[in-house]
Design a binder for this molecule. Structure first.
Ligand SMILES: N[C@@H](CCC(=O)N[C@@H](CS)C(=O)NCC(=O)O)C(=O)O
Length: 234
């Protein structure tokens, strides 16, 4: 299986969706080869990463990838979940992927001190000559998308307050459990880890690390998941 994603620079992908798939495959002990690069991004069937090529079958979108591998290789992580746990996992995923994601986009693409460091990570694969043109076009596009999700006209404090509430909701659901939904790991932990690793470990300024650090249970959790997903096979 080949996983097309953005970068290996941080030990997890800077895209929470790609980091989620990396974490899922590692937790499920499914070997894969990661590939990054501009050409791969250009070929992305839905113009986004991640996507996989699994023995010639191309699957795009992090959740569809997980559904594909569950169907093909067996559901290695979620068989123990009851309906209420699945419902909570789904709600948490939507909170992070549909809402919290855009707070990260705002911070990384539009806060100058963050953008300065993030830009080479996200656009490093581009030839230096065309980088500024691409960067400007992408920022225009992301500005439009932030407006679409209702964030672009809000002040930064309000945007980050939404982020703080998401993190606090995660801590409130986790309480003292080792994993989001109980004593065992599930695919939903891969999703949460994709976001928390990016907030906690990414070498970027911004408020996410301190938001997470306010919750001891989340810090232990993200450290636990990091240990479980940093396997030597990479
Ligand atoms: N629903 C998709 C979302 C993937 C996604 O938003 N990927 C972003 C990176 S975090 C991307 O490729 N963005 C490029 C673009 O939209 O132009 C998934 O779960 O995989």
């Amino acid at each position: 299986m080949i996983l097309y994603h953005f970068s290996d620079a941080w030990g997890f992908d800077p895209s929470p969706f790609c980091a989620k798939v990396q974490a899922y495959l590692r937790l499920a002990d499914l070997p894969y080869e990661g590939r990054t690069g501009l050409a791969e991004f250009r070929r992305a069937p839905r113009k986004q990463l991640p996507y996989i090529d699994d023995e010639g079958v191309i699957v795009a979108d992090s959740q569809r990838i997980i559904e594909h591998v569950k169907a093909k290789y067996g559901d290695r992580l979620d068989g123990w979940l009851g309906p209420e746990q699945v419902a909570i996992g789904h709600a948490v995923s939507r909170m992070l992927e549909g809402g919290n994601y855009w707070i990260g986009v705002y911070s990384r693409w539009f806060e100058d001190d963050v953008w300065r460091i993030y830009k080479p990570v996200v656009l490093g694969a581009l030839p230096a000559l065309i980088r500024p043109v691409f960067a400007a076009a992408l920022r225009r596009d992301y500005r439009r998308r932030l407006r679409g999700v209702g964030l672009s006209l809000r002040p930064a404090e309000e945007i980050y307050e939404l982020g703080r509430q998401d993190i606090s909701a995660l801590a409130g659901i986790l309480v003292d459990k080792p994993f989001l939904l109980g004593e065992r790991v599930s695919s939903f932990d891969a999703t949460v880890y994709g976001f928390l690793a990016n907030g906690f470990y990414a070498p970027l300024p911004g408020p996410f690390r301190s938001m997470i650090s306010e919750h001891d249970n989340l810090v232990s959790y993200v450290e636990r998941l990091r240990r479980m997903t940093l396997l030597p096979k990479l």
